[in-house]
Design a protein around this ligand. Structure first.
Ligand SMILES: [Zn+2]
Ligand SMILES: [Zn+2]
Length: 350
């Protein structure tokens, strides 16, 4: 495969091809793994080394694998949600059961997501490996880090991303930014998993910083991060993002076990009400800054309604929230209003 790619590039973009000259297997083995007894490693580490040797070019190998990890995990996680949405049995756990998404909307969403991935991320294939090397992140090297170290690093990335996303997302709700950038993502007032990255390319680039800057920032302080750990982190982050847009909250969803986990219940409200619930993985930023007051008021009103009134109260509350959301969205879309930058005081529940 590597030689086919190389031949193709030599023919059409010879300047770029110079950087991708493949090594034969023996040279690749000696250059990258000279002195390492690969047979003593576990099967995954051996597979990892075999891939880099087979590719014969670490820059291309890292870039292609990074791109493929993102595509396979994103669509691999999003497509099952489309199947769930097509099965009536699951409807009882849908957060906005009255809303359906047409095939045209799904197709448009898939097209925009793929277009963004190929225009924004594909060119990064060449840049990713050199950037990792610059920051001191291990790529082709084996063995991987210990499970304990991986867990600690991933925990840090989760906290960093959630904090970054909270503030960047609030910024994107400021009138001018909303009007020109974030509006596209809010086309889905009842989101689907596939819509997690349905966004303006600038928004994708801005919010992606929360996911990839954490690992690079970490590398500035410690030189023990392996890209394999970053792939696990990206996988978990994609699961989180796609699931948060799924539109479903099951009794077994993670947020019922981890009370500070945001989940679909939290982010679905953001799409429905247009304001509130700006964070991704955790609830603490919204809780501390009171940007979840409408969300809690809504949930409490439905929870406290008597059994016979519950359905009517829920419908009335949903209608009211949506009407408010539409008004706020129109104001922001016109470039006005304070959007997510407005100060919301805890306790002022409407
Ligand atoms: Zn938003
Ligand atoms: Zn969203």
């Amino acid at each position: 495969m590597s030689s086919v790619t190389y031949d193709f590039m030599s023919k059409y973009v010879p300047i770029v091809a110079d950087h991708f000259a493949p090594m034969n297997a023996t040279t690749a083995r000696n250059t990258m793994y000279g002195g390492i007894a690969l047979d003593n490693l576990n099967w995954l580490e051996r597979l990892w080394a075999s891939y880099y040797i087979w590719m014969g070019n670490p820059v291309l190998a890292t870039g292609l694998m990074s791109f493929m990890v993102h595509e396979v995990i994103y669509f691999g996680r999003a497509i099952p949600w489309l199947i769930v949405d097509a099965i009536p049995y699951f409807r009882k756990w849908k957060l906005q059961p009255g809303k359906t998404v047409s095939n045209e909307q799904i197709l448009k969403c898939a097209k925009i997501v793929l277009l963004t991935h190929f225009t924004c991320e594909f060119p990064l294939i060449y840049a990713f490996h050199p950037v990792c090397a610059y920051f001191g992140m291990a790529t082709y090297e084996v063995p991987f880090s210990s499970p304990l170290l991986m867990a600690a690093q991933i925990a840090f990335f989760f906290v960093f991303e959630d904090t970054f996303h909270y503030w960047a997302h609030r910024g994107l709700h400021w009138g001018p930014f909303y009007k020109h950038i974030h509006k596209l993502h809010h086309e889905f007032s009842a989101p689907i998993g596939l819509a997690a990255e349905y966004a303006h390319p600038l928004e994708v680039l801005i919010l992606a910083q929360g996911t990839i800057s954490g690992p690079f920032l970490y590398c500035l302080f410690r030189k023990d991060l392996h890209i394999f750990t970053v792939y696990i982190w990206v996988t978990l982050r994609l699961f989180q993002a796609v699931d948060a847009h799924s539109g479903y909250d099951f009794p077994w969803s993670l947020r019922h076990w981890l009370p500070f986990w945001a989940g679909a219940d939290h982010h679905d409200f953001h799409h429905q009400a247009f304001t509130n619930c700006y964070s991704t993985s955790f609830r603490w930023w919204d809780y501390m800054l009171g940007t979840d007051n409408k969300y809690h008021a809504f949930r409490n009103r439905v929870k406290n309604a008597s059994a016979k009134d519950k359905a009517a109260v829920e419908k009335r509350e949903i209608d009211r929230i949506e009407a408010e959301g539409i008004r706020a969205e129109r104001l922001a879309a016109a470039g006005g209003g304070q959007g997510g930058m407005e100060g919301v005081k805890r306790g002022k529940l409407e």
